[in-house]
Write a protein that binds this ligand. Structure first.
Ligand code: ATP
Length: 730
C-alpha cells in the first residue's frame, strides 16, 4: 500500500535533515578526534589542521593556504579549548590565529543564529575592529553565523535592534559596555569564547575599569584568548581579572620587530621638524609613508600646511577627532594608494594592516618601546620589507639606547643639508594670510608642549629643554602662545625664572589676541561651506582628499548694541536714512540699505528728536537688548536644527556604510558590498559639508580642558569616556 504523497515528502525532508545532522556530527567527531594527534611540528598548510570544511573553504577562497609561524603555534591549543596568551611580531598573522579557532568553536557547538552571542572579540580601536570584521567576513563566508560590529561613532539604536541576533561580536570596550548597560535583553550569558586583540592595550590603564565591568557581565566558564605583539609582564599581572584557566603561553617572538624592517633615526632640533618632514616627503615621492605624531592638533596643523606647501604627493590625515565615517574612508583611501602620506596619531599605531607601507616616520618620539614597535609594525608586514625613521630631539636620543637594550637597533643617519630647505618663511606667510592656519599653528604648539609635558618617561621627554620660541617660529607664529599648564607646573616648582618667561609669553599672547582678524560668524555658514569647497579645488590634486578645512577661531560677534555704541562714539547718528524720489530729491527718512530695514524699524521708536543728538540711549539699549536676545535665540534654534539634520544624515550614511551592525557570514559578501555603495567622494563631501566650525570649536575647547590621561587616549576618547560615565567616574 503506497503512502500519501504529502507524507512521502515529509519523510524525505526528515530523512534529509537527519542525514545533514549525521554528517555534521561525524565531521565534528572526525575533527575533534584529531585534536590530540596532530603535531604542530608537522603543520604547514591550513588543510593540515583538524578544522571544518567550511572554515577551510573560507580560508582558501580568501587566498590563505600556508600558515604563518604564530598560526602553526597557536591555533591547535586554541582548538583544544585552552586559554591562550599569544605573542608574535607585528604583521605575522595573529588575526587568523584567533579567527580560525573562533569559527571552529561555534561550529563545534552547533551554534545557530538564534542562540545569541557565542564569541566576542574586543579591540582597542574602531579601525582595528572594522578590519577584523572584514577578515571575518571573508574567512567565515561559508558559515551561517551572524557577525556584528559594535564600535563607537555609530548609532546605538541601529546596533540595539540587531545586537540580539548576533553570534560573533567585534567590539570596542566603551560601546560594548554601553550595550551591556542599556540594551534591554542583551546579554552574553552563553558566551563560549572571548578574544582580546592587542590585549596589553585593552588591559592597560585606559581600559581597565571598562574591562572590569565587561568581564563581570561575561560567564566565567568560557575560553579566553589574548593576542598581541607586546604582551609585557606588567599586563600579565592584570590577567588575574580575566579568570584564565591554566593558560598556554605561545610566543614566536625572536626579536621584537621583523628582520626585514630597517630602523634608523635622525637627531634634529624641534624647530627643524617640519622642514625635515617636508624634505623627506619630497625625496620619497613614490613611497607610501605613514607619519606618527603625538596629538590630533599636530596632525591637523601639519596636514593643513603640507597641503598648502604641495610637496608633490597626496596628503591624508587620520585622527580621533574625525567622525567614524571619515575615519574609515581615510583608512580605506590610504590602503588603496601606492604613493601617499598619511599623517596620524597613535590611533593608527596598532593592528592596522595597510598594504605596502614603505616608511613609518616617527615625527614625534614614541612614548615607549611598545609604541615604537607597534607604530613601526605598520610596515614590513608579512614578508614585505619596510623602513622606520625616528626624528628625535637631542634629549630623546635616550630612547635609542632603550630600544637597543630591548633588541631593536637603530642606525643614526643625517639629513642631507642640500635637501633640507627651510620652509619657515613660507609657513609664516601661510599663517599671515590664513587665520585658519594661524589658529592651527597655535593649537599645534600648545598640544605638542602638553604631550611632552605629560609623558611619563622624564629621562627622555624634557619639557623644560624645549626651545619654545624657535619652535613657535618654525610653525609660522611670531610669538609663542601661552601654555597655562606649564606655567602652573613651573610655579609649583617655585621656579620663578621660568614663570616670568611664561608670563611674558602670556603677554605676547594677549597682544596677538588684540590683533586677531575678524572672522566669519556662524551666520556665514554658507560662505564657510563655499570656502570649504573651493579650498578642495585649490588643493594640490583632486586625489588630495583630506585637505583639512581648519576651524575658524570663534571671535565674539559684535552685538547690535556694541555696533550702535561704536557709531555713537564716532559721532554718527544712527538710523538716519535718506531716500530719493524719482527725480533724485531727498524724499524722506527711508532706508538706503534695504537689507537693514528690520533693524531700522526696531530702533526707530528709540529716536526722540527732542533730545540732544536725537537718540534716547536708554530706551534704545533696552529695545536693542530685546532684539538681540530674540536674534540669539533664533540663531541658536537654527543651529540646533542644522545640527539635528546633520546628525540624522550621518546616521543614515553610517547605517548604509556598515550595513547596520550585523552581517550574515554565509553569503554576506555580496550583500555587504552593495551596502557599501557610498562612494569615497560622497563620503568626503558629506563629511566636509556637514561639519560646522562652531561645533568643532566647542569640541576642541572641551578637549583642551581634559586631563592628562584623556589626552593620551585620543584614539579612544568616546569609548573611554563613555565607560567612565557609565561607571560614574566622571
Ligand atoms: N597564512 C597567511 N597567508 C598569507 N597571508 C597571511 C596569512 N596570515 C596573515 N596573512 C596576511 O598578513 C598580514 C598581517 O596579518 P595580521 O594583520 O593578522 O598581522 P598581526 O600579527 O595581527 O599584526 P599586528 O600585530 O600589527 O596587529 C595581513 O595582510 C594578512 O592578510
Amino acid at each position: 500500500m503506497s503512502s500519501h504523497p504529502h507524507h512521502r515528502g515529509k519523510k524525505k525532508k526528515l530523512r534529509n535533515k537527519n542525514e545533514i545532522r549525521e554528517k555534521y556530527d561525524s565531521e565534528i567527531k572526525s575533527c575533534t578526534s584529531r585534536y590530540e594527534h596532530v603535531k604542530k611540528e608537522t603543520l604547514v598548510k591550513f588543510a593540515d589542521l583538524p578544522i571544518s570544511p567550511k572554515t577551510l573553504a573560507g580560508l582558501e577562497s580568501a587566498g590563505f593556504i600556508n600558515m604563518t609561524e604564530i598560526q602553526k603555534q597557536s591555533i591547535l591549543p586554541c582548538l583544544k579549548g585552552s586559554d591562550v596568551q599569544a605573542e608574535a611580531m607585528t604583521g605575522s598573522g595573529k588575526t587568523l590565529g584567533f579567527l580560525v579557532p573562533l569559527l571552529e568553536c561555534l561550529w563545534r557547538e552547533k551554534w545557530s543564529p538564534n542562540m545569541g552571542v557565542g564569541a566576542l572579540v574586543i579591540t582597542p580601536t574602531r579601525e582595528l575592529a572594522y578590519q577584523i570584521y572584514e577578515v571575518l567576513k571573508k574567512v567565515g563566508c561559508k558559515h551561517d553565523f551572524s557577525a556584528g560590529l559594535i564600535i563607537g561613532g555609530k548609532s546605538v539604536e541601529e546596533e540595539r535592534g540587531r545586537i540580539q541576533r548576533t553570534n560573533i561580536l567585534i567590539a570596542t570596550p566603551g560601546r560594548l559596555l554601553q550595550h551591556m548597560d542599556q540594551t534591554a535583553g542583551f546579554n552574553c550569558d552563553l558566551l563560549q569564547l572571548l578574544v582580546l586583540d592587542e590585549a596589553d592595550r585593552i588591559l592597560d590603564m585606559g581600559f581597565s575599569t571598562a574591562m572590569k565591568y565587561i568581564l563581570e557581565n561575561l560567564p566565567r566558564e568560557r575560553q579566553t584568548l589574548l593576542f598581541s605583539a607586546t604582551l609585557s609582564t606588567k599586563n600579565i599581572i592584570r590577567l588575574a581579572d580575566l579568570s584564565l584557566k591554566e593558560s598556554v603561553v605561545v610566543s614566536t617572538v625572536k626579536s621584537k620587530t621583523p628582520s626585514q624592517l630597517t630602523h634608523s633615526y635622525v637627531t634634529l632640533e624641534l624647530s627643524e621638524k617640519l622642514e625635515v618632514l617636508h624634505a623627506f616627503i619630497k625625496s620619497h615621492l613614490n613611497s607610501k609613508i605613514l607619519v606618527f605624531m603625538s596629538s590630533c592638533k599636530q596632525v591637523q596643523f601639519h596636514n593643513a600646511v603640507l597641503c598648502k606647501l604641495r610637496p608633490g604627493m597626496p596628503i591624508l590625515a587620520l585622527h580621533g577627532k574625525q567622525n567614524q565615517l571619515r575615519r574609515v574612508g581615510i583608512y580605506e583611501a590610504f590602503c588603496k594608494k601606492t604613493a601617499a602620506v598619511l599623517l596620524a596619531t597613535d590611533i593608527a599605531a596598532r593592528g592596522l594592516d595597510i598594504p605596502a607601507v614603505h616608511w613609518v616616520v616617527h615625527l614625534d618620539c614614541p612614548e615607549d618601546i611598545e609604541t615604537y614597535v607597534h607604530r613601526s609594525g605598520r610596515t614590513a608586514r608579512y614578508h614585505k620589507t619596510g623602513n622606520s625613521l625616528a626624528m628625535l630631539l637631542p634629549s630623546e636620543e635616550k630612547m635609542v639606547t632603550k630600544l637597543q637594550n630591548s633588541g631593536v637597533s637603530l642606525t643614526k643617519i643625517r639629513v642631507n643639508p642640500q635637501k633640507q630647505v627651510s620652509v619657515q618663511k613660507k609657513v609664516q606667510a601661510l599663517c599671515a594670510e590664513s587665520p585658519e592656519i594661524h589658529h592651527w599653528a597655535r593649537k599645534c604648539f600648545v598640544s605638542y608642549v602638553r604631550s611632552v609635558f605629560l609623558q611619563r618617561d622624564k629621562s627622555v621627554f624634557q619639557v623644560e629643554q624645549l626651545p619654545l620660541a624657535a619652535y613657535a617660529a618654525s610653525l609660522g607664529l611670531l610669538t609663542a602662545p601661552k601654555v597655562r599648564f606649564l606655567k602652573k607646573a613651573t610655579k609649583k616648582r617655585g621656579d620663578n625664572q621660568e614663570a616670568e618667561k611664561v608670563e611674558s609669553e602670556e603677554e605676547n599672547e594677549k597682544e596677538e589676541e588684540k590683533k586677531k582678524i575678524e572672522l566669519p560668524s556662524d551666520d556665514d555658514e554658507d560662505d564657510i561651506l563655499i570656502k570649504k569647497g573651493s579650498s578642495v579645488v585649490d588643493s594640490m590634486s583632486t586625489e588630495n582628499l583630506e585637505e583639512i578645512q581648519p576651524r575658524v577661531p570663534k571671535t565674539k560677534a559684535k552685538t547690535r548694541v556694541a555696533k550702535a555704541k561704536a557709531l555713537l562714539r564716532k559721532g554718527i547718528v544712527a538710523n538716519t536714512k535718506i531716500t530719493f524720489d524719482e527725480e533724485g530729491n531727498v524724499d524722506s527718512q527711508e532706508g538706503v540699505f534695504e537689507q537693514h530695514k528690520t533693524v531700522t524699524v526696531d530702533i526707530t521708536p528709540a529716536v526722540d528728536p527732542s533730545k540732544a543728538g536725537g537718540i534716547d540711549i536708554a530706551a534704545m539699549r533696552a529695545d536693542m537688548g530685546v532684539q538681540d536676545r530674540a536674534d540669539k535665540l533664533d540663531e541658536k534654534q537654527k543651529r540646533q536644527q542644522a545640527k539635528r539634520a546633520r546628525k540624522e544624515k550621518k546616521r543614515l550614511a553610517m547605517a548604509e556604510r556598515f550595513g547596520g551592525a550585523v552581517a550574515k557570514l554565509g553569503g554576506a559578501s555580496s550583500e555587504d558590498e552593495d551596502q557599501r555603495g557610498v562612494s569615497e567622494e560622497e563620503e568626503y563631501s558629506q563629511d566636509r559639508g556637514d561639519k560646522d566650525f562652531s561645533d568643532e570649536e566647542e569640541e576642541e575647547e572641551e578637549e583642551e580642558d581634559r586631563s592628562a590621561k584623556r589626552f593620551k587616549s585620543d584614539n579612544l576618547q568616546d569609548t573611554e569616556d563613555l565607560a567612565r560615565q557609565l561607571l560614574g567616574d566622571l
